[in-house]
Design a protein around this ligand. Structure first.
Ligand SMILES: [Zn+2]
Ligand SMILES: [Zn+2]
Length: 146
């Protein structure tokens, strides 16, 4: 399991660097590794705090630059939620369920995004569709009153 995951990550990283003609730096690798399969929708600060544990010399600017590079190349999504920029390794169209108690953001998949895109097609050129649902997640509901 773990070996498989590492192999997939390595392949993805190699492909990414080759495709974009990027140098294979330790920083870049660490950012890709951190984001791979990450469902937390981290902000640049959250990513930096986590990455610094492994690479103490890594600057916030570098993390910001690498994340934006990955987003520009279309490997991750960059989106804004409540004026906060977040990064998402899931690039398939999907919606976000935002728990207003714990602040966690969950992915959900629906073809409602397609419908919304189609409905807007006559209004203009649609680049991305953001589906955002607010509520309280099951994990929070379970601990409620307990
Ligand atoms: Zn919650
Ligand atoms: Zn997401």
């Amino acid at each position: 399991m773990v070996i498989n995951m590492v192999a997939r990550l390595e392949a993805a990283f190699q492909e990414l660097c080759k495709k974009n003609r990027w140098r294979r730096t330790a920083q870049r690798r660490a950012v890709v590794e951190y984001l791979f399969g990450n469902t937390d929708h981290p902000t640049v600060e959250a990513a930096w705090m986590e990455l610094r544990k492994k690479l103490p010399e890594l600057s916030l600017d570098s993390v910001y630059r690498i994340l934006d590079e990955l987003a520009e190349a279309g490997h991750i999504r960059r989106f804004e939620n409540c004026r906060v920029i977040r990064y998402d390794p899931e690039t398939k169209p999907h919606g976000h369920f935002f728990c207003r108690r714990c602040g966690r953001m969950y992915d959900f998949f629906t073809d409602a995004a397609d419908g919304a895109g189609e409905a807007c097609a006559e209004l203009g050129d649609v680049s991305t569709v953001e589906l955002h649902v607010n509520g309280i997640c099951n994990a929070c509901l379970r601990t409620e009153g307990g």
